[in-house]
Ligand binder design. Structure first.
Ligand code: 5AD
Ligand code: SF4
Length: 374
């Protein structure tokens, strides 16, 4: 019996697909690269931008042919799209050949749902509003010598453009001991050189319960573990980047000297409208502090262009910040309206053609900076 997983979106989803693979292998399935050969196909979807959703819809639709050729093939759709109740229902209704639709909070039930489907041969739409942290899901690591380790789930920040807090729920940190145990297990296999800690906002690790300590303490404790490994993490929110964390990056040899620090915009006015809770000046201060402490640190960022109300001047502010920081990498995105978020209802939405121009301008700027840096 063979499985094939299609993954959209961020590292969190890549790692979640490793858990899906773990659960499927537990049931006796083996991986295949060819979806036409698979007995079960799982689509792990992303909802962050409209483009990702449209692509997933198109590609799920195309599975109809495969199902026609083999009626016993199981097709499952999960991930951030199906954690939005109305989208889950739409997928279930639009695509009668999809057998299982399951959200992110109940993904850990996948094994049970597949067994139920096999026994009862009925389509299943399983949705859960929220869930506690679930430990012990089998994981089949497939990311080379990098091991992803989730340290927390969800997000409390409600940046006005972002769907994540609505689909992933509030911040929940894993217990420190559970994280350390998982990392020890990974190190003991001697198969992994890098450990990458994952969370929507790793800097607020531990804020939801005192017993675990904060993120800097977690890093210090992980670095005390014996073994030959390097440690990195993503994503950091600038508003929560503490001096203690900068010290932890500086003082631990095992920590890779790099940080992904999304700025989103170089205009304080737009940052406020985005509800980012920092100013351009505060962000630039952080960059200075990081470089004072760790002069050769690699800094990468995310930027959104064409947020509602972004004027030519606001965009120039972003470009001047980019030139000043001289990033080692930029992920630039055109603002995408997500229904249910505050920004979707804001006036002064920016034309697609302007967004397109600005995103290309930024990509060229990034190329120039890279060429200058050599
Ligand atoms: N439109 C465009 N980009 C977005 N991001 C999050 N939400 C949106 C949206 N609605 C970007 C942010 C974030 C990255 C993961 O995706 O830059 O840091
Ligand atoms: Fe979205 Fe902001 Fe949370 Fe990041 S910090 S996941 S951009 S709401």
């Amino acid at each position: 019996m063979l499985y094939h997983i299609v993954t959209y979106g961020c590292q969190m989803n890549v790692h979640e697909s490793e858990k899906i693979a773990g659960m499927l292998e537990d049931l006796g399935y083996s991986p295949t690269d060819k979806r036409e050969d698979a007995d079960i196909i799982v689509f792990n979807t992303c909802a962050i931008r409209e483009g990702a959703e449209d692509r997933a819809f198109g590609n799920i639709g195309a599975l109809k042919q495969l199902k026609k050729q083999d009626r016993n093939k199981i097709i499952a759709v999960c991930g951030c799209m199906t954690q939005q109740k109305q989208v889950a229902e739409k997928i279930f209704k639009t695509f009668p050949f999809v057998d299982i639709v399951v959200g992110t909070h109940n993904l850990y039930l996948l094994e049970k749902l597949i067994k139920r489907k096999l026994n009862e041969n009925k389509r299943i739409l399983d949705y859960m509003e929220s869930s506690p942290v679930i430990e012990g899901i089998p994981t089949k690591r497939t990311s080379g010598d990098n091991a992803w380790i989730n340290i927390m789930y969800g997000c409390n920040n409600f940046c006005t453009y972002c769907i994540v807090p609505y689909v992933r729920g509030r911040e929940m940190s894993r217990k420190k001991q559970d994280i350390l145990d998982e990392i020890k297990e990974v190190i003991d296999t001697k198969c992994y050189k890098t450990i990458t800690l994952l969370g929507q906002n790793v800097n607020s690790y531990g804020n939801d319960s005192k017993e675990n300590g904060n993120f800097a303490e977690l890093i210090n404790d992980i670095c005390k573990l014996d073994g030959d490994f390097k440690l990195t993490f993503m994503t950091s929110h600038p508003k929560d980047l503490s001096d203690e964390l900068i010290e932890a990056i500086k003082n631990n040899d095992k920590v890779i000297k790099e940080i992904h620090l999304p700025v989103q915009s170089g205009s304080t006015k737009i940052l406020k409208a985005m509800n980012r809770n920092y100013t351009r000046e505060h962000y630039l201060d952080l960059i200075k502090k990081l470089r004072d402490a760790v002069p050769d640190i690699r800094i990468t960022t995310d930027i959104i262009v064409g947020f509602p109300g972004e004027t030519e001047q606001d965009f120039e502010d972003t470009c001047s910040l980019v030139k000043q920081v001289k990033y080692d990498g930029i992920f630039a995105f055109m603002y995408s309206k997500r229904s249910g978020t505050i920004a979707a209802t804001m006036p002064n939405q920016v034309d697609e053609s302007v967004k397109n121009y600005r995103v290309n301008y930024l990509l060229n700027l990034e190329k120039e900076i890279k060429a200058q840096k050599g």
